[in-house]
Ligand binder design. Structure first.
Ligand SMILES: [Zn+2]
Length: 130
């Protein structure tokens, strides 16, 4: 297994009133010429966690940080629902069991992109203080 130092959260930048799944993202990323879905996990609007690629495989989701990170993508753009955020919290907890030293970030900490359109660090710190 490669060394994982970061867990990076993204959004799919898809309309908030529509759900999509890993097969959609896989298709879109293949259209970019990539070898399938660039994220490791997808969280659908219903809160289902889908596998985009194996954790051992380097992702394509955060320029300059792919080698040592896991990429998680929330379907939607801004309005993430409680099922999604609960699934995200549980998924991060699972990854923190496997990779205790990994830190949690939003894509926007490493990019001029606004993705995932919320402050992941603040959200994650608040979770752990409650
Ligand atoms: Zn992103």
């Amino acid at each position: 297994m490669r060394k994982i130092n970061k867990i990076i959260i993204h959004c799919a930048d898809t309309p908030d009133d529509k759900d999509f799944c890993v097969a959609d993202i896989d298709r879109w990323h293949k259209e970019f010429g990539w070898d399938g879905c660039g994220y490791h996990r997808i969280i659908t609007k219903s809160g289902r966690v889908e596998t985009g690629r194996a954790d051992a495989k380097i992702g394509i989701h955060c320029s300059g940080h792919n080698n040592d990170s896991i990429g998680i993508c929330l379907i939607g753009r801004r309005e993430f629902n409680l099922r999604q955020l609960t699934a995200l919290r549980n998924l991060i907890a699972d990854y923190k069991d496997k990779f205790p030293h990994a830190t949690v970030h939003g894509h926007n900490e490493f990019s001029t992109k606004t993705c995932p359109n919320f402050n992941v660090k603040e959200w994650y710190e608040n979770l752990n203080n409650n």
